[in-house]
Design a protein around this ligand. Sequence first.
Ligand SMILES: NC(=O)c1ccc[n+]([C@@H]2O[C@H](COP(=O)([O-])OP(=O)(O)OC[C@H]3O[C@@H](n4cnc5c(N)ncnc54)[C@H](OP(=O)(O)O)[C@@H]3O)[C@@H](O)[C@H]2O)c1
Length: 334
Amino acid sequence: MKRAWKDKVFVITGASSGIGRATALALAKKGAHLVLAARREEPLDDLAQQCEALGIRCLAVLTDVTDSAAVRALATQALHAFGRIDGWVNNAGVYLVGRLEETPDDAFRQVMETNFFGTVYGSRAALAQFRHQGRGTLVNVSSVYGSTAGPYVSAYAASKFAVRGFSASIRQEFEGTGIHVCTILPASVDTPLWQHTANYTGWRARPVEPVYSPERVARAIVHVLAHPRRELFIGPSRRAFTVLHSLLPALTEKSLRSMTDAKHFEHQRQPRTSGNLFRPMSQGIGRSAGYRSPARQWFKRLLLAGGLVATLASLRRTAAARRLGLQVVNALGA
Ligand SMILES: NC(=O)c1ccc[n+]([C@@H]2O[C@H](COP(=O)([O-])OP(=O)(O)OC[C@H]3O[C@@H](n4cnc5c(N)ncnc54)[C@H](OP(=O)(O)O)[C@@H]3O)[C@@H](O)[C@H]2O)c1
C-alpha cells in the first residue's frame, strides 16, 4: 500500500494548523512528498521538519491564497522541486460568526476571497498542471454549511456553497479525462479554527456537537486522493440534516436556528474581532484545540453504550412480549 503513495506529490493549502496539518502528517506517513502552503512561517517550517523526519521530501511555501499570483507561484515552486503534482488540496479557510447586520463589508468579502477565490486560484493552478500531465486529483474542502446553512454564518455558508457549486461544475468539465475533482464536506471539527474565527456576535463561539477529529477528516482526504469520488460528507448527523432539509426545509431551518443558539456559543462574552481574516494569528498552530477532551469522549461513549443497552433490553422485552403473544394466540388456536 505504501508503495502506491511513494514518490507521489501533493500540495496542501492551509497546512499550518488543523485539518491541513493533520492531512500533511497522514500523507507523509504514507510516504508521499509534500508542498505545504499557508501564511505562518514558523508552524509551516515546523510541520515540514516533522514530515521530513518521516522520510519524505517536503517544501514549505509561504502563500496567501487570496493572491492569485502567489498561488500560481506555489504551483511553479512545487513543479521546480518535484517535476509534477499528483494531488492538490484546497483546504485554506477562515470562519466568521455574526449576524449580517453586524458583519463589516470587508470581513464578509475577505471570507469569500479566502474560502472561495482561494479555491478558484488553487484549482486553476492545479488543473492546468493536471491537464498537462493527463491526470491528477483536486480536493476542495467545503463544509456541511456548503449544503445546509445555519444562522450567523452567512459569509461562511455563502463561500462554502460557492466552493461546492464551483467544484461540481468543473468536475463535469473534466469528466472522462483522468482528472478528478472531489469535494469534502466536514461537520464540526476540533481544530484551531474556533480560536481563529472572526466574531461579531459578542459571544465566544464553539463547535456544535458532535465534534470530529481533524485526523478523521485527514483520513477522508487521503481516501479520496486514492479513490476519487464526487463528494464526501464527514459527520453522519449533519448529513442527516441535509437529507431532512430537502424533505422538511422549514422545520429543519427552525431547529438549526435553535440548535445554533443553544450550542454554538459559550456563556462567555468576547469583544468583536476579525480573527485571522486579514492577518494570521500566532495562537492555534496545532491540529486540534481541545474541543474533544478524552473525558468528554468517554462520557459520550458511556452514554451511547447505556443507550444501546437500554435499546437492546427494550427489544428483548418486545421480543419476549411477541413470543408471549404468539403463545397466547396459539393456545387460543387462532
Ligand atoms: N473546523 C471545522 O469545524 C471545519 C468544518 C468544516 C470545514 N472546515 C474547513 O476546513 C478547512 C481547514 O480549517 P481548520 O478547521 O483546519 O481551521 P484552521 O486550523 O484555522 O486552519 C485554517 C488554515 O487555513 C490557513 N489560512 C487562512 N487564511 C489563509 C490565507 N489567506 N492564505 C493561506 N492560508 C490561509 C491557516 O493558516 P495561516 O493563518 O498560517 O495562513 C490555516 O493553516 C477550512 O477550509 C475550513 O473552512 C472546518
